[in-house]
Design a protein around this ligand. Structure first.
Ligand SMILES: Nc1nc2c(ncn2[C@@H]2O[C@H](COP(=O)(O)OP(=O)(O)OP(=O)(O)O)[C@@H](O)[C@H]2O)c(=O)[nH]1
Ligand SMILES: [Mg+2]
Length: 317
């Protein structure tokens, strides 16, 4: 894409034009268009910095998509311009779950002008986290006041993208595994708000109690973490959850950390490094032979890896 076209595209995005936004996202998802992405990012940068990034995580089937649909509808009711992106690192090539997501979200979204995009649905090749981040930048420049990011609660991409979320919702539901297990996985620390979904099921109240108990054991901070029970099919208590999200947004923007840009940059660096290593190691067809040779010399895998990485990107450790 020529510089002139990128100029027009950036203008379209800033004007909130949907085809321009979609086109921009397709570009930033595609590593072979890195040059166009870099030009686009330069052009929209001074229009960014206002969007509220809400991360929603939790085990498969907990009701993330259902809740997000309800939340987005609630935001529309409150006249907020909102968007949704679904990042699914666990099944990047099937798109099955995402198709399900789409259908489930559709009811709430159809009637409203909510922008929605699934990032793993089309055979994703590049770094998922950096694509998600660039997508958020585009939505930010286009004037969306918030973006809700759905991720499955496991895997590296999930954790990476959570690094840049402003408000993190951790979902739980009765019958979906041990809450104590999640606590061990450090999920209590990353969450700002805890949601117990499916309160139409009796055991939900036990789950709320369990989470409240474990939150009580955390050192107290300036933000008090809360548990809210909701029903994402009927929308019960979703309004209250929305009020809490709004409160957290205000809290976050008042206390905005000054290392946001650095955290974002490190996501791009990690993805870019991974891409370079993958590309160069593919070019070097003899990499596997090299590895075998190292192993046959009795080198331990860690030091073998250091030698290989040094060969690929020329680092000195
Ligand atoms: N009873 C009940 N069922 C719910 C509720 N919320 C969602 N569900 C159902 O739970 C199932 C999973 O919901 P999803 O919204 O797809 O869950 P998810 O966490 O997005 O699932 P993945 O994207 O596959 O990880 C669906 O059959 C929903 O209809 C609720 O509040 N109560
Ligand atoms: Mg889902």
């Amino acid at each position: 894409m020529s510089r002139l076209n990128i100029d027009g595209l950036a203008k379209g995005i800033i004007a909130g034009d949907i085809p321009s936004i979609s086109r921009g996202i397709s570009i930033v998802e595609d590593h072979s268009q890195n040059y166009a992405s870099s030009e686009l990012m330069k052009k929209i940068y001074d229009r960014t910095g206002r969007i509220h990034i809400i991360g929603v995580t939790g085990p498969p089937g907990v009701g993330k998509s259902s809740l997000i649909g309800m939340l987005a509808a609630e935001m529309s009711k409150r006249k907020q311009k909102t968007s949704i992106i679904a990042v699914d690192a666990s099944s990047p090539f099937t798109g099955g779950t995402l198709l399900g997501n789409r259908i489930r979200m559709q009811d709430s979204i159809n009637q409203n002008s909510i922008f929605m995009r699934s990032l793993a649905s089309r055979g994703f090749k590049g770094g998922l986290s950096s694509a998600a981040l660039s997508t958020i930048k585009i939505l930010d420049a286009a004037g969306y006041e918030s973006v809700i990011v759905e991720t499955v609660g496991s895997g590296q991409a999930d954790i990476d993208i959570m690094k840049i979320a402003h408000t993190i919702l951790v979902l739980h539901a009765p019958g979906l595994g041990d809450i104590v297990q999640s606590i061990k996985a450090g999920i209590m620390e990353i969450g700002d708000l805890f949601v117990v979904n499916k309160i139409d099921r009796q055991e939900a109240f036990l789950a709320i109690k369990d989470i409240e108990d474990s939150l009580a054991m955390l050192p107290s901070g300036t933000w008090t973490k809360k548990v809210i029970g909701v029903n994402s099919l009927t929308g019960e208590h979703v309004g209250e959850l929305m009020d809490e999200i709004t409160r957290h947004r205000e809290y976050y923007f008042k206390n905005r950390p000054d290392d946001e840009g650095i955290r974002e940059m490190s996501i791009y660096i990690e993805d870019e490094m991974r891409r370079i290593i993958n590309e160069r190691s593919r070019q070097k067809g003899d990499l596997h032979r090299e590895m075998k040779k190292l192993m046959s010399r009795g080198i331990d895998p860690f030091n073998g890896a250091l030698k290989i990485v040094d060969k690929i990107i020329g680092t000195e450790v």
